[in-house]
Structures are given as C-alpha cells and as structure tokens.
Design a protein around this ligand. Structure first.
Ligand code: HEM
Length: 556
C-alpha cells in the first residue's frame, strides 16, 4: 500500500467519522487497530533475542516491518546484484539485512566462511532453497540431515576418477561437434553461451546419464533455456518479499510461466530416466579396475583444509572395484532391496545433477572464452601450451594424460572462476549460534548466512589488484600463501560440489578443443559486462565473442 493510499483512506475514514456525528467509523477503527497490531509486532520483533544479538552488525537503510525488502523492489536481477555489492562496499566485510522478519547475514571474510563451511556443524541449507523443491525434490543440493548424508555417500563414488577418465572420449566427441556447429558463426559476434549450454546438456546426458541417443531437434537447448528462465523465477521468489508468499505467488503470471518451464524440464528428465531403465545393462557399462593395494600418497598441493570426500574416494580405494556412472548406479541401487533407494530418489538426483552439472559449466566455459577474447596475450600462452602438448598433430583427440599437462589452461579456468564464480553465493541456515572471527559479532541460530564467493574472490587484501585477470594468481607458490577459504567457487567442506573434478576435466577438454580450432576475439572489455546473479552468474548483455578459424585446422 503506498503512502498516498494510506493518506486517502485515513481522510475517507475521518470524513465518514465526521458524517456520523463524530463517533468511530468501522473503517477508522479497523485502521487504527491494524496500525496498533503492526506497531506491537515491530516492538516485539525489535526486542527479540535475535534482533538484539545482531544489533552491532552493519546494515543498509531499514524500514519498519519491511527491513531492507524495499531495496529490491522494482529492480531487475542485474540491478539487485549491483545495488547489493554497493552496500557491501559501503558497510564492510560483514553485513546484515532483514527481509521482513527473516534475518540474513552476509559473509566475505575467509575465516568466518571457514566457520560455516568446514566441519559438520552447519550443513543445513537455508530456507531460500525451498523454492527449488518442486524441481529437485530431495536431491543432493537442497536436502538435509540423514537423507543428504546417505545420498552424498552413494553418489560421490559415481564421480570417481576412473569413471571420469572413461568420459574423456565423450567429452572430446561433443567438443568436436560444438566446434563444427559454431563454424557458421565464424567472423561475426555471437552469444557463445547458447552453444555452451546446449553442449553441456548433451555432455551430461551422454556421460552421467548414459544416454545413447540424444533428444532430437532443439530439445537440449529448449531444456537449457527453460532452466535459465526457471532460475530467474526462483531468484525473484528469493529476493522479492511478495513472491516469497505462496498464497500470493500462486495467483501471479510468474507462476504460470514457472509451470510451463517446469513441464519442459521435468518432461526431459523423466524421459531420460525411463529410457535408461528400459535399456539397463549395467554389466556391459561397468568399469572394473584393480586398484593398487596401498592407498596413494596425498598430492602435496592438496591442502588439508580443502580436502573433501572426492579426494578420499580417489586416494583411499584398494582392491578390485566395479564402478557405474551416475544413472546406472542409481538404477542398480533401486533394484537392490538392501539399499535404501527408490524411484523418486532417482528422479530427484537426475533433476539436481542435470541442473547443477550443465548451467554452471556453460557459464564457466562462456566466461573463460570471453576472457580469452579480451586478453589476447593470455590466449597466446594457452595456445602455446596446447602446441607444446599436441605438437604437429594439433587436431588429434585430447586424452586424460593431455589434460594433466594443461597447467596454464587450468590456471586460466581457475582465474575465471575467481572473478566470475558461476555460483556467486551459497546460503546455510545456522543450527547453532556462531561467534564470527571478523568482529565482535554473534549470529543467532536460525539465521540465513550468505557466503559471498564473488566478494571473497575480489578482496584486495588477498588478491593484490583484485579485478585484474591474472592466471598466475594460481601459481602453486601464490596459492600456498592464501587462506584456504579465499577461493571457493565449488564451495568447500563436506557439502562442497560433488561434480568439481568432472567440471574441471570437462572444461579442459572443451576449451582445449575450441582453442586449437579457433582464435577467439572480443570487441568488449570487462567494463562492458552486465553481471546478473539469478542463481547462476551470467551476463545480461550476452557472452559476445567472435571466432576466427585457425588456418589449415579442420576437426578430423
Ligand atoms: C564450474 C562448474 C561448477 C561450479 C562452479 C559448481 C559450484 C558448486 C557449488 C558452489 C556448490 C555448493 C552449492 C550450495 O551449497 O548452495 C555445488 C554443489 C553441487 N554441485 Fe556443483 N558446480 C559445478 C559443476 C558441477 C557439476 C559438473 C556437477 C555434476 C555433474 C555438480 C553437481 C553438484 C551437486 C550435486 C551439488 C550439491 C552437493 C551437496 O550438497 O552435497 N556441480 N556446486
């Protein structure tokens, strides 16, 4: 209700009251009653334990009842990000905001972030993830407690290194296909994200989901577009007070659009599961390997603080192992009466991983190509490294061993993920009060704590000249001197990204294939980027590059 409407209603009520000879009109009584209730509510809220506890944490300008909710009103997703970052710059490394009575505390100090992400104390996902529920059900990304622990334990091994190695030829095939598809764009600017999103959907279908025949026509692209639109809707629901309320949201146009997107998304994933179940032949697909008897030595570069279950799985296996890729493993688990796993578990995880596994890497690969187009000297170093690896045979297929040699390309990818982390923030609900390390702050149990990777990665005290694109930030000696939690594009700790190694391997194969076939150009600079953070970080104005085929080099 606007101030004008309130004034008009009060005047109307006063006139009614005068007309009725000065007695109380029902409208005036109702209004005064509502104001008294709201004032009492605000008084109660301000005297609550949590309100008093965080009183010393800075916050942007606030309004009674709304808190800071009005600051997002009427803004686009891109504007919300830039306004939010402006406030963080102004108020310092730790800030709070109230969305009505929901308390959010934003963290950008690595020591604070370590308190939240490391260990098993604060594993519960924030309430804001509930808008994903109709999509992911109880999938890994949003589930909690025993369900999450059980699923994590069963799913992490399906990303074992031996499975990933077996995916490399498929990564190569799809990379060559997208190189061919992009040939029609050569010489003119285009949005490379359109190509990266389709190809990352196809790669996921062919690897983790084991699909042999990809959906016909434009289906993968249509799915990828529906995911982008759905993320936009979910983001709006997270930040706009009125959309948060189911009772209001269900009558909006946004919900109608959301329903349409969900039917495209769920239509695709349920077909994938159905096909896989009908063609289930686990034994012909299983990877059987004899793992050495003694656990491998931990690589020196792996810092203890950043170790996760994926490292343990790769390093501590001994004996003969039979392994299956994700969807095959889940279908087999559902058939095994001794394992707690059912049809819904399969669907939930397919939906979760189809989303997490494609949109993140399509943003990551698109940002990297833009950075290579803008920073030609760095692109030349990447190409020189590729020449050193592939020699005279620049068009041969890339192998797993080749990817191990791509140290500079790896630094370029990591530096891109530093400046443009595809998941720019994550949120947890505190299960206990926490004393922060960044100041004399206590954050109460129940608070939504928002970890802002985007901001941590741009701290000047950690990365001198923080906005400069400098892949050498990831030289081992520089990394050794930084706080573990100052680079967390894949999150960290027990709830870190289960697809981290898959993502890095796929990005290397894809980018190596593109860069051996094309010179990437860009007429833009980073100053032209209009970032928008609707769940996954993107460019509102498109990932615009142009491609020049490298001479005499056509994909074999
Ligand atoms: C550059 C690529 C990627 C980035 C930057 C990324 C980043 C992240 C981050 C930050 C989280 C934690 C999210 C949160 O706590 O809210 C996460 C979780 C997750 N990611 Fe990724 N991810 C990437 C690729 C992938 C891929 C390729 C897959 C699967 C194939 C995947 C599957 C998952 C899953 C299942 C989770 C939930 C893990 C759990 O809660 O136990 N991600 N990812």
């Amino acid at each position: 209700m606007s101030v004008e409407t309130v004034q008009e209603t009060l005047q109307q009520a006063a006139q009614q009251s005068a007309a009725s000879g000065g007695g109380f009109s029902p409208l005036l009584t109702g209004l005064v009653g509502t104001l008294v209730v709201l004032a009492l509510y605000e008084y109660w809220h301000r005297s609550s334990r949590e309100y008093r506890m965080v009183a010393n944490i800075p916050m942007p300008p606030t309004l009674p009842l709304l808190g800071q909710a009005h600051l997002a009103a009427g803004l686009s997703n891109a504007e919300i990000l830039s306004v939010g970052l402006g406030y963080l710059n102004k108020y310092g490394e730790t800030m709070k905001a109230w969305l009505g009575n929901v308390l959010l505390v934003f963290l950008t100090n690595p020591s604070d972030i370590e308190l939240i992400l490391s260990g098993h104390q604060h594993l519960t996902k924030a309430e804001e993830y509930r808008y994903f529920k109709p999509w992911f059900g109880d999938g890994l990304l949003i589930s909690n407690g025993h369900h999450w622990r059980h699923h994590r334990k069963m799913i992490a091994p399906t990303f074992h290194q031996s499975i990933l190695k077996s995916f490399v030829p498929t990564f190569v095939d799809h990379s060559k296909m997208v190189v061919e598809r992009m040939r029609k764009e050569a010489g003119k600017p285009f949005d490379v994200h359109d190509y990266m999103s389709q190809t990352t959907v196809d790669i996921l279908l062919s690897t983790a989901m084991g699909v042999k025949k990809l959906p016909e026509g434009n289906k993968s692209f249509e799915y990828a577009q529906a995911v982008v639109d759905m993320c936009d809707i979910i983001h709006k629901r997270q930040v706009k007070l009125l959309y948060r309320l189911d009772s209001i949201y269900k009558f909006t146009k946004l919900r109608e659009k959301g329903d349409k997107m969900m039917s495209i998304i769920l239509g695709m994933t349920s077909k994938v599961v159905k096909d896989r179940k009908e063609n289930f032949q686990a034994d012909t697909r299983a990877i059987v390997e004899e793992v050495e008897e003694t656990p491998k030595q931990r690589p020196a570069a792996t810092k203890e603080g950043l170790r996760d279950d994926l490292d343990d799985i790769d390093e501590n296996d001994v004996g003969a192992k039979r392994r299956l890729a994700l969807l095959d493993a889940m279908v087999e688990m559902a058939k095994n009466p001794e394992i707690e796993w059912n049809e819904k578990d399969i669907i939930d995880e397919v939906n979760t991983i189809m989303f997490e596994g494609h949109d993140t890497t399509s943003a990551g690969s698109s940002f990297t190509l833009c950075m290579l187009g803008i920073h030609k000297d760095i692109q030349e170093r990447v190409y020189a490294e590729q020449k050193a690896i592939f020699g005279e045979n620049m068009l041969r297929d890339c192998t797993f061993a080749d990817t191990m040699e791509m140290k500079y390309l790896e630094r370029v990818i990591l530096e891109t993920l530093r400046l443009y982390p595809p998941v720019p923030l994550i949120a947890r609900r505190l299960d206990h009060d926490v004393k922060l390390a960044s100041g004399p702050y206590m954050v109460p149990k129940g608070t939504t704590v928002v970890v802002l990777q985007y901001c941590v990665h741009r701290r000047a005290d950690i990365y001198p000249n923080p906005t400069k694109f400098d892949p050498d930030n990831f030289l081992p000696e520089r990394m050794a001197n930084r706080h573990y939690y100052s680079f967390i594009p894949f999150s960290a700790g027990p709830r870190s990204c289960v697809g981290r190694k898959y993502a890095m391997l796929k990005l290397k194969v894809l980018l190596s294939t593109i860069i051996r076939n094309y010179i990437v150009h860009s007429t833009e600079t980073e100053a032209d980027f209009k970032l928008q953070a609707d769940i996954i970080l993107k460019l509102e104005n498109g990932f615009n590059v142009s491609l020049e085929p490298r001479k005499h080099q056509v994909v074999a």
